[in-house]
Design a protein around this ligand. Structure first.
Ligand SMILES: Cc1cc2nc3c(=O)[nH]c(=O)nc-3n(C[C@H](O)[C@H](O)[C@H](O)COP(=O)(O)OP(=O)(O)OC[C@H]3O[C@@H](n4cnc5c(N)ncnc54)[C@H](O)[C@@H]3O)c2cc1C
Length: 457
């Protein structure tokens, strides 16, 4: 038993009553639950079906370039308090680059580059209004609309209301919707305003823009496997969590006091009896294990187009939002992954860009898609700098569509009751909660650990 575990055990008496807790799912929610329980001295075993931890925040090595890539680049905002705390407890060198103050670089074909950049010198609420009115082709009515929005955010929003229905009576100018609200909605909710839940979008806006410190973007300065998962895995291991990788759980036999995990080929079934099991899974995987008919939690896809160029394609900022473009966000991963130290973490002769399309339900024609985002990227990189070459082709690309990238915010259908030994931490964001994000995953993991604590105290 490690010193950390002995120390934790001394501090907690509830866990001494627990023989064992299983956490099923080694994504961020499962890792968080495992860490929080092990800090309290519980005996924790984490089962993960994949060969590595991370789930949707996983990385992989691209065979052609040898570059460690993320499933998809992940952005954070300053209001991700639980994620930041968890990482800071796991490592004193968090590999996150924070903008000193909010700067949202944008690009549109007809207006070129512009920024939503609240001034540092004005009080923050005024700076937001001023930044909206200062966007090209915007006027004072954008600032007035921001005021109306701030007031509406404080009012009651019905759980079924969509963002569009919520905004319509506010008479938000079309330009503000197009340049700011729709990109924020797509980015945060992974869903267009016409169907995204207004109560959760209002929560995102009020948390993210409550003060200057929360309203800034952060990104990992190394692939997620190194920057996010490795420190958490080390912390879990140091606390005595047993990690069972490549262990898919197929079924649970549970009553109120015990749960029996049944995995592939009964490889570990004999030892798999626990006092409680936490299901830290996407809803569809949770339903499969419980042999319940689909919960019908809807999900939305995200497409990531990884592009490697031999020639420099420096974006004017590490991340640019496209307005009216097929690609929604253009990430300069070469710049992002060197920002912290100046030393590239990825040794590759090529420039690595990732173009992200949120809620990408369009028909699949990879060659047309590639041509289009390549053209858009070329315009974003070279417009206005005298560069007149035709757009060059990437020497390598990889298109990944994660079909079930995020669960959508919907009022929850009644769930069949579960035995008390099963703690459900599946991703099913409710109206008014944060949408499916890494912050919600950490919050779900912490809430599940808390429920286990309450159950055994
Ligand atoms: C492409 C993409 C981009 C994103 N961008 C952002 C972003 O910019 N900012 C942000 O905040 N969020 C973003 N997200 C959302 C965020 O990644 C997820 O909400 C979060 O990682 C979910 O974590 P989780 O632990 O709940 O689930 P998961 O990460 O899905 O983890 C569940 C784990 O359970 C395992 N598992 C499944 N079934 C079994 C079984 N039967 N037995 C054992 N193990 C099993 C899976 O292998 C997986 O590892 C993005 C997601 C995607 C896909």
């Amino acid at each position: 038993m490690s010193a950390a575990l002995r120390h934790a055990r001394k501090q907690s008496d509830w866990s001494s009553k627990i023989a064992a807790i299983a956490v099923i799912g080694g994504g961020l929610a499962g890792l968080t639950a495992a860490i929080r329980l092990a800090e309290d001295g519980a005996d924790v075993t984490l089962f993960e079906a994949a060969p590595t931890l991370g789930g949707r925040t996983r990385s992989f090595v691209d065979r052609t370039t040898g570059v460690c890539c993320d499933n998809g680049p992940h952005l954070l905002v300053g209001a991700y308090h639980r994620t930041i705390a968890l990482l800071q407890e796991a490592t004193d060198q968090t590999a996150i680059h924070w903008q000193p103050t909010l700067d949202l670089p944008l690009w549109a074909e007809d207006r070129g580059h512009f920024h939503f950049r609240p001034s540092r010198w004005l009080p923050f609420p005024m700076a937001l209004l001023h930044a909206a009115a200062a966007l090209p082709a915007h006027h004072a009515d954008s600032a007035i609309a921001m005021l109306k929005l701030a007031r509406a955010m404080r009012g009651r929003i019905e759980p079924q209301t969509s963002v569009t229905s919520w905004l319509t009576p506010l008479q938000i100018p079309a330009a503000l919707q197009r340049d700011l609200l729709e990109p924020l909605c797509l980015g945060a909710m992974n869903e267009p305003g016409s169907s995204a839940n207004a109560a959760s979008f209002a929560r995102v806006l009020s948390e993210s823009f409550s003060c200057r410190n929360h309203a800034r973007l952060g990104w990992f300065t190394a692939p997620l496997a190194q920057a996010l998962i490795a420190p958490l895995q080390q912390r879990a291991t140091a606390l005595g969590v047993q990690l069972k990788l490549r262990h898919r759980i197929h079924r649970l036999d549970a009553d109120n006091s015990q749960v029996h995990l049944i995995g592939a080929a009964e490889q570990h079934a004999s030892a798999a009896r626990f006092d409680a099991a936490i299901l830290a899974l996407p809803a569809h995987a949770r339903d499969k294990i419980l042999h319940q008919p689909g919960s019908a939690t809807p999900t939305s896809p995200i497409t990531n187009i990884h592009l490697w160029y031999r020639e420099p394609h420096p974006l004017p900022a590490p991340l640019v939002g496209g307005i009216g473009t097929r690609g929604h966000w253009f990430f300069d991963l070469t710049a992002m992954h060197t920002a912290a130290t100046g030393n590239p973490t990825q040794r590759s002769p090529a420039q690595h860009i990732c173009v992200v399309i949120s809620a990408d339900t369009a028909a699949r024609d990879h060659s047309a898609l590639l041509q289009q985002v390549n053209r858009e990227l070329h315009a974003i990189c070279h417009r206005g700098n005298g560069h007149t070459t035709n757009s060059c082709k990437p020497h390598h690309y990889r298109i990944i569509t994660e079909q079930r990238a995020t669960a959508l915010v919907r009022p929850q259908a009644p769930q069949p009751p579960l035995p008390a030994s099963i703690i459900d931490a599946a991703e099913m964001p409710q109206p008014g909660e944060l949408p499916a994000t890494i912050e919600l995953a950490v919050q779900r993991g912490e809430a599940a650990a808390q429920r286990a604590r309450q159950r055994f105290s």
